[in-house]
Design a protein around this ligand. Structure first.
Ligand SMILES: Nc1nc2c(ncn2[C@@H]2O[C@H](COP(=O)(O)OP(=O)(O)OP(=O)(O)O)[C@@H](O)[C@H]2O)c(=O)[nH]1
Ligand SMILES: [Mg+2]
Length: 395
């Protein structure tokens, strides 16, 4: 049957428009949009634009020995770990679905969920339904979550008022301070993790885009890595004005804890964003974005970190300021650990709003190669990865 010429033209136009739309959606992005937007772009080429494969080193692939349950003899002492509220069930299910699809359905590592109140039956039922692996639901002991006795409530309220004036996000939410302190120095002390060495931290609503075919926990163990990250950002200096000064006091008290091969020049860079360094009193504010972490808890359990956390905890900045677990973990790693034991998981496609790690790999679907953010153009300034690459490298 012949098709009238106007209908054919219309059809062709529709196809062309559809192709253009798809191209717009998935084209590699190097520059953000908007007037003056290029001034926010890093000068350096984003390494995510370069073809990315698996990391170098010893890799262990999926096999029958990763079957769920006792048959999974190849698994090491490791868990996927999430601190989450009952109300965040849908976001948690979405994040689990992504990570199970891209990685854990091949390895069946257990999930451990933590909460400051008991998990609901609905939460347990719906999360367990997302995985063949074991799920554990743990209550945080009161003494790990409560505001410590040495925190003065009047001083806390007074301080949060000042932080709010400086637009420090979540400063007046006690639970946010509790969460940051727990993630900094308490989660790995939970009795449920006593026999676990490695964890992969997962938050509700995050996305994973790329198939990963090797056991990332074995990668950490077999290649002598302590900590793995995807994104490196600047922090709000207003949230941590005395974190670096307290760190300097700690170094003076415990010079023996500072590692010979540390990343001090990354921690103290003042060239890229001088104002941040100034406001944070000597700290660049660069940090590993800790909503994603794959790490060895033996580091947090070591004497150097224990001493560091106790020093900070006593100083009170988890409450009188808004010290986050991200800068605390990052400063500790940069000072107390061999920088070569910190690994950039460039091959793990990841998003926590509003930032991405999206490598150039045929294993990735659903993110735009090399896109750092889909938010406002100025957010590109928050990218601190070029400093890490410059001072430490891409290992
Ligand atoms: N159980 C429990 N989980 C919490 C609480 N506060 C935060 N969390 C969890 O801790 C993690 C970090 O909290 P978020 O509110 O996402 O903090 P954030 O990532 O700094 O902030 P956003 O940018 O808004 O995501 C998430 O996994 C939350 O589910 C709390 O009071 N109780
Ligand atoms: Mg979050």
């Amino acid at each position: 049957m012949a098709i009238a010429r106007p209908v054919r033209a219309l059809g062709l136009t529709a196809v062309v428009l559809w192709c253009f739309f798809v191209w717009q959606l998935f084209r590699p992005i190097a520059a953000p949009a908007g007037p003056g937007a290029n001034s926010f772009l890093p000068k350096e080429r984003d390494p995510n634009l370069d073809p990315t494969g698996e990391p170098e080193g010893v890799l262990t692939y999926a096999s029958g020995e990763y079957a769920p349950g006792p048959a999974g003899t190849a698994r090491i002492d490791a868990t996927l770990l999430a601190l989450v509220r009952n109300e965040e069930l849908d976001g948690m299910v979405q994040a689990m679905r992504d990570l199970e699809r891209t990685w854990n359905n091949k390895f069946n590592y257990p999930w451990t969920f933590f909460n400051d109140v008991p998990f609901s039956e609905e939460f347990k039922k719906k999360t367990q339904a997302e995985t063949k692996a074991e799920c554990r639901y743990e209550l945080i002991p009161k003494e790990h979550w409560d505001v410590p006795s040495w925190i003065n409530n009047d001083l806390f309220l007074e301080s949060t008022k000042i932080l709010k004036e400086q637009e420090v996000q979540y400063a007046d939410k006690v639970s946010y301070h509790q969460m940051c302190r727990w993630n900094s120095g308490l989660f790995y002390k939970h009795p449920a993790l006593a026999n676990t060495q490695y964890y992969w931290r997962v938050e509700p609503n995050v996305h994973f885009f790329c198939d990963v075919d090797y056991d990332v926990f074995r990668y950490m163990q077999d290649n002598n890595k302590t900590y793995g990250f995807t994104i490196n950002l600047y922090d709000s200096p207003e949230s941590i004005p005395t974190l670096w000064p307290e760190t300097e006091k700690f170094i003076a008290e415990h010079p023996e804890h500072v590692h010979k091969n540390n990343a001090m020049n990354w921690l103290t860079d003042s060239i890229r964003r001088p104002e941040h360094n100034k406001k944070a009193n000597g700290y660049s504010t660069c940090h590993f974005w800790s909503n994603f972490e794959i790490a060895d808890m033996n580091f947090w359990r070591s004497k150097p970190y224990e001493d560091y956390f106790n020093h900070l905890d006593r100083a009170g900045g988890f409450y009188y300021e808004r010290w986050g677990d991200a800068p605390v973990h990052s400063i500790a790693l940069g000072l107390l650990e061999d920088k070569n034991r910190i690994h950039w998981f460039r091959d793990i496609g990841y998003q926590h709003i509003p930032f991405f790690n999206c490598p150039n790999s045929p294993k990735c679907k659903g993110c735009v190669t090399g896109r750092f953010t889909d938010g406002e153009a100025w957010l590109h300034r928050e990218d601190c990865r070029p400093n890490w690459f410059q001072y430490v490298g891409m290992g």
